[in-house]
Each structure stands twice: as C-alpha cells, then as structure tokens.
Design a protein around this ligand. Structure first.
Ligand SMILES: NC(=O)c1ccc[n+]([C@@H]2O[C@H](COP(=O)([O-])OP(=O)(O)OC[C@H]3O[C@@H](n4cnc5c(N)ncnc54)[C@H](O)[C@@H]3O)[C@@H](O)[C@H]2O)c1
Ligand SMILES: O=C(O)C(=O)C[C@@H](O)[C@H](O)[C@H](O)COP(=O)(O)O
Ligand SMILES: [Zn+2]
Length: 357
C-alpha cells in the first residue's frame, strides 16, 4: 500500500492506494468519528463489494443505500434517496457517509454529506479507474442539471480515500479506457515525462497490469493533490484540471448524460484543446497526432459526435463554470506539461477547431 496526503490544514486527508484494501477495518475506523455509518453504492457495485466493506465495519451501526446505476441518475432526485435513508434510520450530525463506487456515486454521496444537516463527514472508496485517479480526490461534489454538467454542487473534502486497485479487475474495458483519459490529462497539464511514459505503457493499463496501474494512479493522485492543496476552491490554478472539460461537458450534455462516458468526452475535448493551442502557435503541430495516437491506443474516441455543430458546442460552453462576465475561458497548453487558463484566443480559431475535430 502507498499513502499520499492531500495537505489542506485541518482538512488534510490520506489517499491509500493498493490491492486488497477493502475489508481492512484499520484503514477506515480512524476516520469515522461517531457510531453511525451510511454506506452508499449502486446496483452494479453492491453485489461485487458491498458485503466486504460492510464486514469491515462491524464496530459501527451500518445502514446502506443502494442507488440506481448511471450518469443519468446523477441528479437531486437520487441524492434525495440518500437523505430518505439517513432520516429513516435517524442519522445525526456525527454520522459518516461512505461512497463505494465510481465518480457518479462519489460526487452524489459527497454532495449529500456536504448538505445533510449542513454538513457531515464522508469517505471515498473509489472502484473505477477514473474515480481512483481523479474524482475521489479534491472535494468537488455535486449533480448534473439538464442544462449543464455538475451545475449544482459544493466543495466538501472527504476524511480519507481508499483506492483498492484490485476492484479494477471487474471493471468493463470501456470504463477502464474512460479512466485513462483523465490519466492522460495529468501528463498533458503538468508532466511531460509521465506523458511519454503513457505512450509506452497504455497497453499495460488496458491489460490491468498491477504495476502500471499502481504507478499511474499514484502519479495522477499526486498531481491532483498538489493542485488542490494550492487552490482548493478553484480561484486560479485548479482550473487546469479542467483541460478538455469545457468541450467534453458540452458533448455529455448535448448527447444526453451517459451516452458518452465522461472520460470519452474529455478525450475528444483534450484533442480540441491541443488543436486550438496549435492553431494559436503555442504548441508544436506534431502534438495533435501524438495525442490522437495515444487516445486511439487507449481505445478512446477522437472525433466529436456527428450530430453536434459548432453552435451546439458554443451554446453549452457558454454555461461553463470558468466563464467570467460572459467571457469564455479555456484550459490550453503552452507546451506538453504546461497548461494555462486563458480567454486569449480568436473566435475564428475556436470555430476552426470545433469544425476540424
Ligand atoms: N469530483 C470530481 O473531481 C470528478 C472528477 C472526474 C469525474 N467526475 C465525475 O465522475 C463521473 C464519472 O465517474 P466514473 O467514470 O467512475 O463513472 P461511474 O461512476 O458511472 O462508473 C462507471 C460504471 O462502472 C461501474 N462500476 C464501478 N466500479 C466497478 C467495478 N469495480 N467493477 C465493475 N463495475 C464497476 C458503475 O456502476 C458504472 O456502471 C462523472 O459524473 C464525472 O462528472 C468527478
Ligand atoms: O477536480 C477538479 O477540479 C476537476 O476539474 C477534475 C475534473 O476531472 C472533473 O471532471 C470535475 O468534476 C470537473 O469539474 P467542473 O467544475 O468543471 O464541473
Ligand atoms: Zn473529469
């Protein structure tokens, strides 16, 4: 097991990464303050891992909520099902919510924890690659709105993150690929040598090789922990974690939540960000092909949805959370490993990118 730390003063917390961590009581109990625990998962993950986690919590009053599975259920109505359980089982302010599942469960449970009785503790047990490298860390929680991704939410940090890499053995290949998209993001925004490593080892990640997965998860969490420690609430630098997301969220919203996986939409979005950075003269032209090859290797899409026009993109991008006073800001690259948030691009260049990808 490897342990990283998210350094946020009194809200600091560990990220434990390794195989076989589920079912170890000592990794969870130090982070549970009261006697009550609400273990929340979904219909797919429950038969796989719920009993194992529950068995490790025998010292507590454990209640469970099993939610429907899918991005289309990442809504206030589904979060309300968590509140129903919490109230029916009389959970008080010392309760701890535990999110067992992918990013959809993590985001919703985090939001329920941020708002139940004005805020209670929660723990992340991520079981997808995407949630182990990204969504379980950093405290962004929330739900989707029909008009925009993650539009309702709160910053609320978990008390600890337990990433059992053995759970990835049951993950469908398409979901593994979606997680690799966020891993590639870290190479692009802050680590050129990790990006080069990914060119060599993406096939190992797809084959669920323990060493490769362990390294990629650790490197990604380290990058995210550093950025979050510097800028917890996205006043500045944290926005680089949004590379490809302004385009990607537009795809997810337009296509209907769940039809394009988050990682798939981000993959095409990153290609757009690289294409635009090249058009602006900031990045070497060859980088578009390098990224395209890597995404293809990772079995990710490299073309935007056939039914989306540039106007469709612009409509959705206009509600992006990085928009300031009506001005769109994008995360673009000055070099591989060097991202910036900028509004310094010509509208025609953006349209050319939207048309060409
Ligand atoms: N909060 C953040 O910082 C942040 C960061 C990135 C993404 N996100 C959000 O995360 C969500 C995507 O997360 P995701 O990719 O984990 O998707 P997901 O939560 O929908 O999980 C993907 C699928 O895998 C299933 N699953 C989970 N673990 C499994 C396992 N071990 N074995 C078999 N099946 C398993 C799930 O039930 C689901 O069907 C999006 O809503 C995105 O917006 C949030
Ligand atoms: O943690 C962050 O900050 C991120 O931007 C990570 C992203 O991968 C993630 O998809 C996040 O939920 C997007 O945030 P949003 O603020 O654009 O909704
Ligand atoms: Zn993301």
């Amino acid at each position: 097991m490897q342990t990283l730390q998210v350094a946020l003063g009194e809200r600091s917390y560990p990220i434990h990464i390794g195989p076989g961590l589920l079912g170890q009581p000592d990794l969870l109990s130090p982070y549970i303050r009261g006697r009550q625990v609400m273990l929340v998962t979904n219909e797919t993950v429950a038969p796989l891992y719920l009993n194992k986690v529950k068995a490790s919590l025998s010292a507590f009053q454990v209640d469970t909520a099993v939610l429907p599975d899918g991005e289309s259920y990442k809504t206030l109505d589904t979060v309300n099902l968590i509140f129903d359980q919490l109230l029916e089982k009389r959970h008080n302010r010392t309760t701890t919510l535990i999110a067992l599942g992918g990013g959809v469960i993590g985001d919703m449970v985090g939001f329920a924890a941020a708002t139940y009785q004005r805020g209670v503790d929660f723990i992340q047990i991520p079981t997808t690659l995407l949630s182990q490298v990204d969504s379980s860390v950093g405290g962004k929680t929330g739900v989707n709105h029909a008009l925009g991704k993650n539009m309702i939410g709160a910053f609320h940090q978990p008390r600890c993150v337990l990433a059992d890499t053995a759970t990835l053995k049951t993950l469908p290949l398409r979901e593994l690929s979606a997680g690799i998209a966020e891993v590639i993001k870290y190479g692009l925004i802050c680590d050129q040598s990790f990006y080069a490593w990914l060119q060599m080892h993406t096939k190992d990640l797809l084959a669920c090789d323990d060493t490769a997965l362990g390294y990629a998860i650790k490197r990604s969490c380290l990058a995210k922990a550093e950025v979050v420690a510097e800028d917890e609430r996205e006043g500045g630098i944290r926005a680089i974690l949004n590379l490809g997301h302004t385009f990607g969220h537009a795809i997810e919203t337009h296509e209907g939540y769940g039809n394009w996986l988050h990682g798939e939409a981000v993959a095409v979005g990153m290609l757009m960000a690289v294409d635009l950075s090249i058009r602006l003269g900031w990045l070497e032209a060859q980088e578009l092909e390098v990224l395209r090859r890597l995404l293809v290797q990772a079995k990710l899409p490299v073309v935007s949805p056939s039914d989306m026009t540039p106007d469709d993109f612009l409509k959705h991008m206009a509600v992006d959370k990085k928009v300031v006073d009506g001005t769109l800001r994008l995360v673009l690259l000055d070099a591989i490993g060097k991202a910036k948030v900028t509004s310094d691009f010509h509208h025609d260049a953006l349209i050319a990118t939207l048309k060409s990808i």
